[in-house]
Design a protein around this ligand. Structure first.
Ligand code: PRT
Ligand code: ZN
Length: 287
């Protein structure tokens, strides 16, 4: 049996770290991740974790120092590294946006013609401006981009926004979205056959975790005459299980539905006679 470990780089500490660790733990991969550790080998899966600064991850994966990595799409696209994007991971969602001082009158993107824009993402910003026919000057700065307009360093900024709180507290307003980002799993372009097989196993587990996150296990009680109406409302995996209760004429109905669907149909379920509705999380789901 091959003992070659697959190596994955994840962020040591920052906005990607916690969810990255959680994802691999939910995939049943055991490993230690202490603050000071730079490397950790799993005790139950042939995988080795490297804990790095996020900016270094795409380069390490491109060079093959790491086989896989978890990185924000914003950083990956800015760096233009030659790696494979294997999977969107659905966490660390944010957007790269253009913002200007709150009291400025904004019309459309032509506002930025002849203006200066401070950003840590010069490549993404420039290609967006170019695609939209705007001639502005971008100034690359590495941190505290949001203070640039107030100190006279630039007319506007192009920075990562999540809640919008940082822009607000710096007297800025978001005027255009440049790029939408989330964490992605990336891979080196030339994985060996044995590492590809390991990656397939990891993807299979991530899929099961992700499907489980969106789905809920719903249990409800209903009397016999209401069962057909309720079944018609439930979009379950197949048809729901109907289990008789001790009380004659009553049944328990079990089904799997997506959380969004559930909130849409809850009222109709109650009107149709559903009682004692329980909604349970699903840890993993394999279809
Ligand atoms: O130390 P290291 O280099 O590893 O980390 P870092 O400081 O470079 O990155 P980190 O941990 O801050 O972010 C890692 C990744 O998280 C980013 O590349 C994005 O993909 C993603 N992400 C998600 C965010 C945010 N949300 C976010 N809100 N990255 C940064 N921010 C910052 C933003 O720069 C701005 O200063 O938060 C502020 C805005 O937040 P709101 O909520 O006030 O809008
Ligand atoms: Zn960084």
């Amino acid at each position: 049996m091959s003992t070659e470990n697959i190596r994955i780089a994840i962020q040591k500490s920052g906005r990607l770290s916690e969810d990255s660790l959680k994802l691999f733990k939910e995939c049943g991969i055991k490993f230690e991740a202490h603050g000071s550790k730079l490397r950790s080998v799993s005790s139950n899966f042939p995988i080795e974790f490297l804990f790095l600064r996020d900016d270094d991850i795409p380069g390490y994966v491109e060079d093959g120092v790491a086989d896989l990595g978890v990185i924000g799409l914003n950083v990956l696209m800015e760096q233009k590294r030659k790696v494979e994007i294997v999977k969107e991971l659905g966490f660390s969602k944010c957007r790269l946006s253009l913002a200007i001082p709150r009291n400025e009158v904004y019309t459309d993107l032509s506002y930025f013609n002849g203006k200066s824009i401070a950003t840590s993402y010069p490549n993404l910003t420039d290609s967006f401006l170019k695609a939209n026919g705007v001639k502005a000057e971008t100034h690359e700065i590495s941190g505290s981009v949001e203070i640039a307009p107030s100190i006279g360093l630039a007319d506007g900024i192009c920075d990562i926004v999540s809640t919008g709180g940082t822009l607000l507290s710096n007297g800025l307003k978001e005027v255009a979205e440049v790029f939408q980002s989330q964490a992605v799993l990336i891979s080196n372009k030339q994985l060996s056959k044995s590492k590809k097989d390991l990656l397939d196993k990891i993807i299979f587990r991530i899929d099961a975790v992700q499907k489980g996150q969106n789905a809920k296990y719903v249990v409800l009680n209903a009397s016999e005459e209401n069962i057909p109406k309720i079944i018609a409302l439930l979009p379950g995996m197949r048809s729901p299980s109907v289990v008789p209760l001790a009380e004659k004429g009553w049944f328990s109905l079990h089904s799997v539905i997506s959380e969004n669907d559930f909130w849409e149909i809850i009222e109709s379920l109650r009107v149709a006679g559903a009682e004692g509705i329980l909604v349970l999380p699903i840890e993993k789901m394999i279809l």
